[in-house]
Design a protein around this ligand. Sequence first.
Ligand SMILES: Nc1ncnc2c1ncn2[C@@H]1O[C@H](COP(=O)(O)OP(=O)(O)OP(=O)(O)O)[C@@H](O)[C@H]1O
Length: 260
Amino acid sequence: MTQEDLSIADPKMTAQNVNVFYGEKQAINDVTIDVGTDLVTAFIGPSGCGKSTFLRSLNRMNDTIASARVTGKITLEGEDIYDPSMDVVQLRARVGMVFQKPNPFPKSIYDNVGYGPRIHGLAPTKADLDVIVERALVRAGLWDEVKDRLNESGTALSGGQQQRLCIARAIAVDPEVILMDEPCSALDPIATAKIEELIHELRGKYAIVIVTHNMQQAARVSQRTAFFHLGTLVEYGKTTDIFTNPKQERTKDYITGRYG
Ligand SMILES: Nc1ncnc2c1ncn2[C@@H]1O[C@H](COP(=O)(O)OP(=O)(O)OP(=O)(O)O)[C@@H](O)[C@H]1O
């Protein structure tokens, strides 16, 4: 694998020499990686290796943890996201997040999707909002299932539908990047397959980064894979290479199930 194979000409996000600490404890150690615009990037690695911590540093979700501290540089379209001038609310709309456990608001399906565009001023009129809500639900593959019950509570949907609702909520504010933290771990195989299908469809429209424990899932949905171990990025490469021809012994051991 040459350097050239992996270079991303116009990365959507870059992370350079990133460290993340919780108090005195260092959870991420000197990670440098680019996130490509039309790629799905999977973060894999054993439990506790720092995948979620690093993912959360990409939209400053770690700011919500008092003891967390990030050093190094992370950019979005060349802008330093930790610069004091960065509007964090705006950042989290541009870099949306979908969590492990579906977390719809206790509001109607319509309002779950419409809330973000409304507070971000994306929909001057109700008709504009209707269009945005419908488009986001269509893109998230949920429209046909919910179009006749938009006023029902989002929390009344099935787990898989709730997760697609959360994806629609992220999409509705027109993000550039979607971060997914084990988005299928609470779902059954059928709901999981739907989310994976959706990831395929969303690829190209948004840069997608997914943390997954499931290596088959990483192999199915991503084009690039980053293997983390003990807070370091051990190996990053094309997904096919990582799974068929890993360069590092630690990667090989992990993907062959020797530990983790
Ligand atoms: N809020 C926190 N406060 C203190 N330490 C934390 C916090 N969150 C995570 N850690 C620690 O940071 C390290 C990395 O955790 P993280 O959750 O990022 O790993 P992970 O690879 O995503 O794990 P998993 O796959 O189990 O979710 C672990 O040692 C964890 O205990």
